[in-house]
Design a binder for this molecule. Structure first.
Ligand code: GLA
Length: 696
């Protein structure tokens, strides 16, 4: 990936930034406009007390900075940036383009996004703009130009923060302007209307287009929409926002060259925009992550998203731009984090490669939609538990400063692909119970249980650093990406592929010659029929476990079965047939799961494939204890995160110490709910580098 190497002098932008900060970035969104000016000096004082060294300013301040069209008022930012600089707090300066002011929407009523039912959405919230609106583009470019011209040379500004969570609320717009832009996008991609008709299969249901002008966005209609059209509309919509991102970035790079640029991505929280595409445009990859409090496995989802952030950053360190100190306000019931949970969350992100730990937001709001969302400085001020934990975390991150710049080693890659996600979840599939994220989470969870680290990467990423590539749910795969996986296996790698993968091409057209089209040769099998299960049904497997959701009737064309559906009715519709297969291919092997495997069987499959590929656990940890290593040169750090209620004893090698330098002999005890960072004995120079990649 090129995303993190764009700074002209060849340095690593995040490394240079944390050098400038003197440590791991720590802070959050700072929204001073919500508070009277006499609060701001206190903010800076308390930030220093908490160990904050970086704040994101201006994310939603457009209506303050440009109160009337073309009339700018810089008093707020002038004062706040100077105050922060005097307090030695650096600024990640945001373009406020996620919140066009009310005057904009009033002046351009047709610039609001329109939903699939045809309703034009009004301002009064945020991101109330059509991604293809020229009026929005003009107003937003003017705002970015004015902002960057004024502050590019301000000594507090160390990073540009483009927009906020592109596409969180407005990615899919169905208005006439979007329709026209969609047609342009299609012309560019396909050149001819005949080609569009072909790839969308418009002869089905007599949808053939005779003129470009007949094509509209796939808004609400009588029955199923054309899947090719729907899929391309997803791509177009992501690209429309990417074009805005590029336009803002070009202005910032021109007016503030040398200042690294980021945009806060949403990881698996956001289906609508292709995160990889945005990450490639960033100097520093940053992500937001929020726990779903009702999910008992939410710490595994956190780890997954951290590993996706690292994958998007091409293995380099990245920044956690937002998470919460405690409760959020947007779930049905917003439960505060338990004591110690925020620290575990933060240090897990750090363990998985974050060199910045940031929150939404610095001071909890008194008014507005997010006043019940937690913050670093809660309503109750400095007497609160949260404040105590925030200041303690700031101090601990300062102690852990030596970890920054090191890398996380992963020899396993898990393919994460927004296009496959979009395609799998279009209408009229064999089963709506087969969900993209369920598969990714199940497979990731199995690796998490095995304490094996993986990078979540795009299917077109370089596979050569890995021994194993997992494709839990690659229903759609391009010819080039399928070939890349074949080449990887021919060269000695192991590919483990999940059910219903390889079925369609880039346009959601069935691949001929039998399922799973793209992977038949690699897997040495053909799927005679996909056999989804109804709610309440299950299929008994030969290891005694039961699969729900999905089964397939597989016929071997060279593969051998490692697990079978049981004989007899309990085995379900694919009774007696292979459920897990292995196929020697080139110098490696293609493994297939012909069902959504239950957790123990999935662990067994991935464990076996990893053993064959020579990939081991990071450490010998009891269940519920997470182990991740960061390393560079001769330095190595083992992070142990105990998510259980019992203390855990983990063996460590000779010469290891705690971060405070105290010796460890043979093992380390990790108390219940605690995190311990072990400084490993220095290894011969180059050994970690070979194993774990170069650090900064
Ligand atoms: C997102 C946004 C923030 C805030 C938080 C609340 O991450 O970027 O502005 O709304 O959600 O969780």
């Amino acid at each position: 990936m090129t995303g993190t190497t764009r700074i002209a002098d060849g340095t690593d932008p995040l490394g240079a930034l944390t050098d400038r900060l003197g440590g791991i970035a720590y802070g959050g969104d700072y929204n001073p406009e919500q508070w009277p000016a006499d609060v701001w000096p206190e903010d800076v004082r308390l930030m220093r007390e908490a160990g904050v060294n970086l704040v994101t300013v201006g994310v939603f301040s457009w209506s303050r900075l440009e109160p009337r069209p073309g009339v700018y008022d810089w008093r707020l930012l002038d004062t706040v940036l100077d105050l922060l600089h005097a307090g030695d707090i650096a600024v990640d300066l945001a373009t406020p383009t996620a919140a066009p002011p009310p005057w904009f929407s009033k002046a351009h009523p047709d610039a609001g996004p329109q939903n699939a039912a045809g309703t034009r959405l009004t301002h009064g919230s945020r991101q109330a703009f059509c991604p293809s609106s020229q009026a929005y583009a003009r107003a937003s470019d003017a705002m970015v130009t004015a902002l960057a011209s004024r502050y590019a040379d301000h000594p507090a500004v160390v990073m540009w923060h483009v927009h906020n969570e592109w596409g969180n609320h407005n990615a899919l717009c169905y208005c006439g302007t979007s329709g026209a832009a969609f047609r342009e996008w299609l012309r560019e991609r396909y050149t001819s209307l005949d080609r569009v008709n072909e790839v969308w299969g418009t002869d089905f249901w007599g949808q053939r287009y005779g003129e470009w002008s007949e094509i509209d966005p796939p808004s609400e209609t009588t029955a199923f929409r054309n899947p090719g059209q729907e899929l391309d509309y997803r791509r177009f919509s992501s690209d429309a926002l990417l074009a805005r991102h590029r336009a803002e970035s070009a202005l910032l790079r021109e007016l503030g060259p040398g200042i690294p640029l980021t945009t806060n991505l949403l990881g698996t929280l956001e289906k609508k925009v292709d995160g990889h595409a945005f990450a490639r445009e960033s100097d520093i990859v940053s992500v937001d992550h929020y726990l779903v409090s009702a999910d008992p496995g939410n710490h595994v989802d956190l780890a997954l998203n951290a590993d996706l952030a690292r994958g998007m950053a091409g293995g380099r360190p990245w920044v956690l731009m937002e998470h919460s100190t405690s409760a959020v306000n947007w779930q049905p019931v917003n439960v505060p984090k338990a004591p110690g949970e925020m620290r575990r969350n933060s240090l897990t992100h750090l363990a998985r490669g974050a060199d910045g730990i940031m929150f939404f937001q610095w001071r909890q709001s008194r008014a507005g939609a997010e006043k019940w969302h937690s913050a670093m400085l809660p309503h109750g001020g400095t007497e609160t538990r949260t404040w105590g934990e925030v200041t303690a975390l700031g101090a601990e991150l300062a102690e852990l400063s030596e970890v920054r710049g090191t890398r996380v080693a992963a020899r396993v890659a898990l393919l994460f692909d927004w296009h496959a996600w979009w395609a799998l979840e279009l209408e009229a599939r064999p089963s709506e119970r087969l969900r993209y994220l369920d598969a990714v989470r199940d497979w990731y969870g199995a690796l998490w249980d095995l304490a094996i680290t993986c990078d979540l990467i795009a299917p077109d990423a370089d596979l050569t650093p890995y021994e194993i590539v997992l494709a839990p749910s690659q229903y759609l795969v391009t010819d080039a990406d399928a070939e890349s996986l074949h080449a990887f296996v021919r060269g000695g790698g192991h590919a483990v592929i999940g059910p219903f993968s390889g079925a369609v091409d880039v346009n959601d057209r069935i691949r001929g010659g039998g399922h799973p089209g793209a992977f038949r040769e690699l897997l040495g099998l053909v799927v005679d029929e996909y056999l989804p299960l109804r709610v309440g049904e299950s299929a008994l497997l030969s290891d005694g476990s039961r699969a729900a959701v999905w089964t397939e009737r597989v016929e071997s064309r060279g593969c051998t079965a490692r697990l079978r559906f049981a004989e007899g009715p309990e085995g379900g519709p694919a009774r007696g047939g292979p459920a897990v297969t292995r196929h020697a291919y080139g110098g490696g092997a293609g493994w297939y799961a012909a069902t959504a495997l239950p957790a123990p069987a999935l662990r067994a499959l991935l464990g076996e494939a990893c053993r064959e590929a020579g990939v081991a656990a990071v450490a010998e940890v009891p269940p519920g204890v997470e182990a991740v290593r960061r390393a560079a040169g001769d330095r190595g750090y083992l992070f142990l995160v105990n998510h259980t209620d019992a203390e855990a004893v983990v063996p460590v090698g000779g010469g290891c110490t705690r971060i405070d330098g105290s010796e460890l002999t043979g093992s380390v005890t990790v108390p219940a709910g605690d995190v311990v960072v072990v400084r490993e004995a220095p290894v011969a120079h180059g050994e970690h580098a070979a194993n774990y990649g170069e650090g900064s």
